[in-house]
Design a protein around this ligand. Structure first.
Ligand code: NAG
Ligand code: NAG
Ligand code: NAG
Ligand code: NAG
Length: 757
């Protein structure tokens, strides 16, 4: 059963098969300015879909279906079936202000401007453009005086509002112009907290879809609110709408329900599976390790991943579980004739009830339900009562527990009963839980585009998407980078080093950057936030065992054991897109970055990070004004032996045992095997040696010393290692006690890292 594509009436005639008595006629099906497709040619049940170019929509019908040998709706001469230019909902609803230009209709591409009468101030967009999907860019403009308890909630384009007083318990109600449908809250109430309940309504035409960009942004934001964990202070939470409740590593259950009814073919099914995996992948970036229930549903429900199994087999990894998803077959879904959304929800309710019996802390669990559906709930009764049961179970009639449940629906295609679905999804100010996508391609694109960073700015070591052509943006690639200089008295050289932000309060660097006269007031730390102003240092904490002269009497002129220092800043750095800590080993924060769950040990971190003979890593260098990355390979196990032999060449008169002892605390890079490494220069000292795992950056070492200085000439090219030149970096696993003592302190006035026990 293939699709028949018709490029205009003529092309269609070519593909026509001889009509038989049970077939629908091929007459009068064309659309002016567009094309159509047929799902089963002219056979019974075939669906005809009209397609129009971007910025246009089919009118008066989107589709017809062949039933009993006739098209429904029946093709007519008038009105002509055509592609019309998309219009946007009426923007002239602005109160206490002017909209220009005035037009009877606003077409795609038209731009409007909004200005308020004197005495009123504008909130929202002052300019909006009508988009191809029939929505305005930006947000609803509102001219308010904001003298009441709640701010003026405004009137969305295409809507009308009753209610003009905005004090506690006052209500406003909305309607959309016909034929638009209202999504969001029809009624909103002004609460004591000065906020309106529910979600601002939006008026959708039946041709209005959410674009992948819109969905990824809105869903990313809402989901981020559910998943992000407040780790560091300094984050302005108000911009994300609501407060985050989830405790770090807190309990989260995610239910994913996948519609596999008749309208989905095997290819669609595979695509849906891919989409679910992408979603899970995105979620794994957050510092939560959720338990999942995943099932497909049609007439019946077929379970793929059982949430109860997370309790029965806690050691099974998520990857192992996801294999079950890979292995699930299109045919597993059983009878596919129906779309039993109600049963999907009662399945979720059943699972929740079961978990509740096993889980003493059930009330602390947050629940996220994500449903993908392409169709009409056509059996099993209305979904809403089932959803109410779930709400009752989780929220227990207490509006304050509202945040413990998020219900999202992704409606795909034109059969979605938008108003029905909108009735039961979660509604919260500034969040969106119901998305209407044109097709599965659009849905997949949504998850491809979903950037993980939307509200996860407080996660360690996250790499941001950035624009590499914009020099301003370059620093975003390493937002933990700190440049350290010590200003000494006249005649003394300035000491320049690198460091890394490991919490908002602490910069990690090398101890040899400082001498005993260097007091905190002489130390300048620059963490690039666009201002280039330096951060003041409150405390310089050197490792107590660091002593560069420790082995002088043994003929070793400099000793770099315990070459580690922490700079406590006077103020917490403000975590933002430009500034954030990286991850350091043996903390719970890093376990999550490494996606390790269960009983994770420090040793496990080492296995994940430093297990192979050769592990690619990097550190940063300042090259004139430019920050550049130096690529190295850390040599471990047998590969380390040559590295150490090279150290022995320069540290004369030591035995094999002694050199092993000297280098014990260090990770070694350099040399030309397996490839030529970049080599460190003087100013690189103290810099973080980092690795990347799952798009997160983890520091494993601190640049400390090298066997030769190859950095005499400053050129365009970074200095390259020679065969026997080696660099040694303090191995962070070997200085855990020091890090834990200062960064893990729980009784200080800064947020500690949670070190693994
Ligand atoms: C609005 O869009 C229509 C259709 O594209 C166009 O013909 C018209 O000139 C536009 N009006 C303005 C004021 O830009
Ligand atoms: C938080 O953000 C809001 C809006 O972006 C701003 O008005 C407010 O001043 C910010 N608060 C702090 C403490 O930065
Ligand atoms: C360093 O390695 C990265 C890949 O990890 C590569 O993209 C980059 O070009 C390398 N830089 C240099 C200077 O070789
Ligand atoms: C830094 O953050 C901690 C933890 O949120 C807070 O208690 C402390 O007051 C902040 N200190 C400064 C100086 O900003």
């Amino acid at each position: 059963m293939g699709l028949v594509f018709c490029w205009g009436l003529f092309a269609c005639l070519v593909t026509v098969v001889t009509p038989s008595a049970t077939q629908c006629p091929d007459k009068d099906l064309s659309i002016v300015g567009g094309t159509y497709t047929l799902t089963r040619r002219f056979e019974e049940d075939s669906v005809l879909h009209y397609q129009c170019p971007a910025g246009h929509y089919p009118y008066p019908h989107k589709k017809r279906q062949c039933r009993d040998g006739a098209w429904d709706p029946k093709p007519r001469r008038r009105p002509v079936q055509e592609c019309r230019v998309v219009t946007c909902p009426n923007p002239l609803v602005l109160e206490n202000g002017n909209v220009s230009p005035y037009q009877p209709r606003y077409y795609v591409g038209n731009v409007t401007e909004y200005a308020c009468h004197s005495d009123y101030t504008l909130r929202g967009s002052s300019t909006r453009r009508c988009k191809e999907n029939g929505k305005w860019t930006g947000v609803t403009p509102i001219c308010g005086r904001d003298t009441d308890h709640c701010p003026d909630p405004g009137i969305p384009a295409g809507a009308s509002r009753t209610g003009h007083i905005f004090n506690i318990d006052d209500k406003v109600t909305y309607r959309c112009d016909r034929p638009l449908i209202l999504l969001g809250s029809k009624q909103r109430v002004c609460t004591e907290g000065g906020q309106w309940t529910g979600k601002e309504p939006e008026c959708y035409y039946d041709y209005t879809y959410d674009t992948p960009e819109e969905v990824s942004e809105a869903f990313g934001n809402s989901l981020g609110n559910s998943l992000a964990v407040s780790e560091f202070e300094g984050l302005n939470r108000t911009q994300f709408g609501r407060k985050i409740q989830l405790r770090k590593g807190g309990n989260l259950h995610i239910y994913i329900a996948l519609d596999a009814s008749d309208s989905i073919d095997p290819d669609d099914f595979e695509q849906s599976k891919r989409i679910v995996k992408k979603l899970i992948d995105k979620i794994s970036v957050y510092e939560v390790t959720p338990k999942y229930e995943i099932f497909v549903f049609a007439t019946d429900v077929h379970e793929v991943i059982d949430i109860v199994d997370f309790y029965n087999n806690p050691d099974k990894t998520l990857a192992e579980r996801l294999k079950q998803l890979d292995e699930s077959q299109y045919d597993d879904k059983g009878d596919a004739s129906g779309t039993n959304i109600a049963k999907a929800f009662s399945t979720i309710h059943g699972k929740m009830t079961f978990v509740k019996q096993r889980e003493p802390e059930f009330d602390d669990i947050r629940h996220v339900i994500i449903m993908f559906t392409d169709g009409v709930a056509n059996m099993g009764g209305r979904p809403r009562p089932k959803v109410e049961q779930i709400k009752e179970l989780i929220m227990k009639g207490n509006p304050e527990r509202e945040e413990y449940l998020d219900l999202y629906v992704f409606g795909v295609g034109e059969d979605v009963q938008q108003e029905d679905v909108d009735e039961y999804v979660t509604k919260r100010p500034k969040e969106k839980h119901f998305f209407i996508l044109k097709d599965l391609e659009n849905l997949e694109e949504t998850f491809d585009e979903m950037i993980d960073e939307s509200s996860s700015v407080d996660l360690c070591g996250t790499i941001w998407n950035y624009d590499s052509t914009n020099p301003e943006e370059k620093r975003i690639k390493h937002p933990w980078l700190a440049e350290i200089s010590v200003i000494r008295s006249l005649g003394q050289p300035i000491s320049n080093c690198m460091g890394s932000l490991v919490t908002p309060r602490f910069v990690l660097t090398a101890a040899h950057c400082f001498n005993f006269l260097d007091t905190p007031d002489k130390i300048k730390v620059i963490i690039e936030d666009g201002t280039s102003s330096s951060k003041k240092v409150k405390n310089l904490i050197l490792h107590p065992k660091f002593n560069i002269n420790a082995k002088k009497d043994k003929g070793i002129s400099e000793t770099y054991d315990y070459d580690v220092a922490l700079l406590e800043l006077e103020k917490n750095a403000t975590i933002s897109r430009r500034i954030r800590p990286l991850c350091i080993p043996c903390t719970e924060e890093t376990s999550r970055a490494l996606r390790l769950s269960g009983d994770v040990t420090c040793e496990k971190h080492r296995q994940v990070l430093l297990n192979k003979q050769l592990e690619p890593a990097a550190f940063m260098t300042k090259d004139n004004t430019d920050i550049k990355k130096k690529n190295v390979t850390i040599k471990l196990r047998d590969a380390r032996l040559a590295c150490i032999a090279d150290a022995k060449r320069v540290i004369k008169g030591v035995t094999d045992n002694e050199i092993a002892k000297i280098t014990e605390q260090f990770l070694c890079s350099g040399g030309t095997e397996p490839k030529v490494d970049d080599i460190s220069c003087k100013g690189d000292s103290g810099g973080a040696v980092v690795m990347e795992r799952h798009s997160r950056v983890i520091q494993v070492g601190i640049v400390s010393w090298g066997v030769a200085d190859l950095c005499k000439e400053k050129g365009e090219k970074l200095p390259q290692s020679e065969e026997h030149t080696r660099d040694f970096h303090i191995d962070l696993f070997k200085v855990q006690d020091f890090l834990r003592k200062h960064l893990g302190k729980t009784d200080a006035d800064y947020t500690p890292l949670n070190f693994l026990s």
